[in-house]
Design a protein around this ligand. Structure first.
Ligand SMILES: C[S@@+](CC[C@H](N)C(=O)[O-])C[C@H]1O[C@@H](n2cnc3c(N)ncnc32)[C@H](O)[C@@H]1O
Length: 266
């Protein structure tokens, strides 16, 4: 049976297999991948914070690998992404110091070119109560390209520059660096369960996706997210007149994303 390649939908299952089995080669303009970081059970639990859960103590089965398995998993899904991308396509991968090494190593092995590592400074990051290290307040987004003719919509990106000229115009990019200041998701944007706790531990800010999608795709392009979670990529893609495809293993998160997408339809 031929795979169904209609867009604006979520496919349930393991992205490492589905990227190859379901997505035609060279069909996707932009991929935003926010994989498991493999940090579960290794962080702190702080009660009474504002994110809807303990700050957030990651302890999820989907985020737990041994070292060798994590490297294999990373190689498999990165390879699937490479295959799915068009020749001028872009792949943005979200990570922290926990998995940056694996991502860079495996992407290099398959010939993806690193254009930038964006640093997301989380202005409301979890306080450091251990007094044993510097406070962790950053995540990274690695921007890889497949060919030489990648899309970079400079004018659209310029609008993200928080620095304005005296007359209020957007400034040039020279003082808008590969450094983005954004809070972790809170308030109305945060999806919550009946117990008012965060419904998903790693929901990404819509603003971050806006930057990525505006920078590296055009209207009606296809944006794929192989770790769809709460559907942040889909919601922003539709808002910006792009098409999306999501892959997600967990049926509860798929339901959450579907409800969110329905609520946010223009
Ligand atoms: C870091 S979260 C992504 C969160 C998402 N960016 C958002 O804004 O909600 C990773 C997601 O990938 C899913 N996942 C983990 N392993 C997967 C796999 N092999 N294939 C597909 N989805 C997977 C998890 O269930 C989880 O929802």
């Amino acid at each position: 049976m031929r795979p169904d390649f209609s867009t604006n939908r979520i496919i349930q299952g393991d992205c490492a297999a589905l990227l190859v089995a379901e997505i035609p080669a060279a069909s996707v303009n932009l991929i935003f991948a926010d994989p498991p970081y493999n940090l579960s059970g290794k962080s702190l639990d702080l009660a009474n914070n504002q994110t809807g859960g303990a700050y957030y103590k990651m302890n999820e089965a989907w985020d737990t690998f041994n070292g060798a398995d994590y490297l294999t998993f990373t190689a498999e899904w990165l390879n699937g992404c490479r295959q799915a991308l068009t020749g001028n396509g872009s792949l943005y991968v979200s990570c922290t110091q926990h998995n940056l090494g694996e991502i860079l190593l495996e992407a290099k092995k398959i010939g993806l070119k690193l254009n930038n590592i964006l640093t997301w400074y989380k202005v409301n990051a979890m306080p450091n109560i251990t007094k044993r290290t510097f406070t962790h307040s950053t995540e990274f987004v690695c921007w890889f390209v497949k060919g030489k003719k990648w899309i970079f919509n400079y004018e659209a990106v310029k609008k993200f520059n928080p620095h304005k000229t005296q007359s209020g115009d957007n400034k040039q990019m020279r003082d808008f660096l590969d450094f983005i200041e954004l809070p972790i998701v809170q308030g109305k944007e945060r999806l919550r369960g009946e117990n008012r706790r965060a419904a998903h531990p790693t929901q990404k800010p819509e603003k971050l996706l806006e930057l990525v999608i505006l920078a590296s795709s055009n209207k009606m392009d296809l944006v794929l997210d192989p770790f769809f979670g709460t559907g942040t990529t889909g919601v922003v893609a539709i808002r910006l007149d792009r098409r999306y495809l999501g892959i997600e293993k967990n049926v509860n998160y798929i339901r959450l994303a579907q409800e969110r997408l329905c609520r946010s339809k223009p």
